[in-house]
Design a protein around this ligand. Structure first.
Ligand SMILES: Cc1cc2nc3c(=O)[nH]c(=O)nc-3n(C[C@H](O)[C@H](O)[C@H](O)COP(=O)(O)OP(=O)(O)OC[C@H]3O[C@@H](n4cnc5c(N)ncnc54)[C@H](O)[C@@H]3O)c2cc1C
Length: 446
């Protein structure tokens, strides 16, 4: 532990959620605002929220990680307008608990309950139906940001607008977000989850497009060669079945933890994947519908601890690519052909519909996104599959999700994102001297 100028640094071994990057990192845990600015002005740094990114976005060998965990307070709430101001370290599940107890919620929330508000802004995350609700930026009115070169500033669409825009999918490189004001929405009284079985990814895309207005909309698919893409689209629709009343999320103790100890062996080998897919297929892939709580709709991964532990010590990669509608069927066919020929291990594929505009390094556009979970990505055959997947995606106009996929390198990111250099320069103007930096920023040369 170092003691300097009133702040303490601890040496901590940090590992990305996908287990592909680890580093002995210096971590500062400030518990008052003045300590955020206490590091020597030339010390490389990066903000850290919940630390639940799949990749090393909030730490890296060269940077001090500033852990915002102590900045988790509610600052102001207008119960009539649904406007809430919070500190940026507040976890998304805790914000949802407060909002739901007062008849409001955030429609755009990522799957991990431990993501912080700052992390959701910095990654401009998407929720359960990005085609209907957009990305996280849609519900942010204003932010407060701190950086040694600039001091503390407030940014919104009409004040420091350029800085405000660059901070979404800016991956912490524009400074440390300390506060945010959010616009909440009224939650549905109840949801029914309709299951629409599909035989392949092209059929999945058609079902997703037809259900574009559903508050919850995503697909699960088998990634095995013999039944590639078979699965189910889950369409969550609002229901009048129940009277309006307070909606509760389970207590925080039941949230998916930020760090999940891996099993000593990998469950997701060929036999394990076959067993899990057969079981899920029998359970999910039949037409029908059932009632669903908002809690399950918002955080379905709270039941997935065993799933993530099952990747074992070799971990996983989540490769997520968004492919334009006009190219999607050809992309899906090329992917199916590759999988049939090379038979990679794929634990699952998730599909989502997008209808936004790509901006900077953000993950948005008009098309279908596939998130492909690949066990043991460092194994040569798995790595070769991920490289081929990237080539197929790029040749079909695909856009990668930079905050999720630690197997991407700078060359692939440059080729896949048409305005990469413009986005990089825009971030650099808000990050003089590259003071804010991370493994993600280094690997992709952001
Ligand atoms: C199981 C799982 C499910 C997920 N589901 C989704 C999903 O459905 N949709 C989706 O879009 N993403 C999803 N994600 C990705 C995740 O939501 C994002 O990576 C998010 O950024 C994590 O937030 P965090 O607070 O943990 O950020 P961290 O991992 O701590 O940091 C992520 C980035 O945000 C920056 N950052 C964090 N706090 C601040 C701050 N106060 N000021 C400035 N920058 C900051 C960091 O510097 C870093 O660049 C999922 C991840 C997991 C592991």
């Amino acid at each position: 532990m170092h003691e300097m100028r009133g702040y303490a640094l601890a040496d901590v071994d940090l590992v990305s959620f996908d287990r592909q990057f680890r580093a002995r990192s210096r971590v500062q845990k400030p518990d008052r605002y003045r300590l955020l600015d206490a590091l020597p002005a030339d010390t490389p740094r990066i903000a850290r929220g919940g630390g639940v990114s799949y990749v090393g976005a909030s730490f890296g060998n060269a940077a001090v990680s500033q852990d915002l965990g102590a900045f988790d307070r509610l600052l102001a709430f207008d119960a009539d307008a649904g406007r809430l101001t919070v500190e940026a370290g507040m976890r998304i599940a805790d914000l949802q608990r407060f909002a739901l107890a007062h008849g409001w919620y955030l429609p755009v929330a990522p799957g991990h309950p431990g993501a912080s508000i700052g992390g959701c802004i910095a990654a401009d995350v998407h929720g359960k139906n990005p085609a209907r609700d957009g990305t996280f930026r849609m519900q942010i009115e204003a932010i407060e940001l701190s950086a040694p070169t600039r001091g503390t500033v407030v940014a919104s669409t009409n004040r420091n607008a350029e800085l405000f825009n660059a901070t979404f999918a800016g991956f912490g490189l524009t400074g440390t977000i300390t506060r945010a004001t959010l616009r909440l929405a009224r939650p549905p009284n109840a949801l029914v989850m309709r299951r629409v079985p599909v035989q392949n990814l092209a059929e999945a895309a058609r079902v997703l497009r037809e259900a574009a207005n559903a508050p919850v909309l995503y697909g699960w698919h088998d990634g095995r060669a013999q039944c590639f893409g078979r699965g189910v689209i889950r369409v969550g629709l609002t229901s009048d079945a129940r009277e309006a009343g307070p909606t509760a999320l389970p207590p925080p103790a039941r949230d998916l933890p930020a760090t999940i100890a891996p099993l000593p062996f990998a469950l997701w080998n060929r036999a394990g994947i076959a067993a899990a897919n057969t079981w899920l297929g029998a359970r999910w892939c039949r037409p029908g519908q059932s009632e669903m709580t908002l809690a399950d709709a918002l955080f379905p991964l709270n039941r997935a601890r065993g799933y993530f532990a099952g990747y074992g010590r070799t971990g996983m990669a989540e490769a997520q690519w968004l492919v334009p509608h006009t190219r999607f069927d050809a992309f899906a066919a090329a992917l199916a052909e590759t999988v049939a020929r090379t038979r990679p291990l794929i634990a699952l594929i998730a599909s989502k519909l997008f209808a936004g505009t790509p901006e900077g390094f953000g993950f948005d556009g008009k098309g279908i996104a596939l998130a492909i979970h690949v066990p043991a990505p460092a194994m040569p055959a798995q790595r070769a599959f991920l490289e081929t997947l990237a080539e197929i995606a790029i040749s079909h106009g695909g856009r990668p999700n930079l905050i999720k996929d630690s197997t991407l390198d700078a060359a692939i990111a440059h080729r896949a994102i048409a305005d990469f250099e413009a986005a990089r320069l825009r971030l650099a103007t808000h990050n003089p001297g590259g003071l804010h930096t991370s493994e993600l920023a280094r690997r992709l040369a952001l």
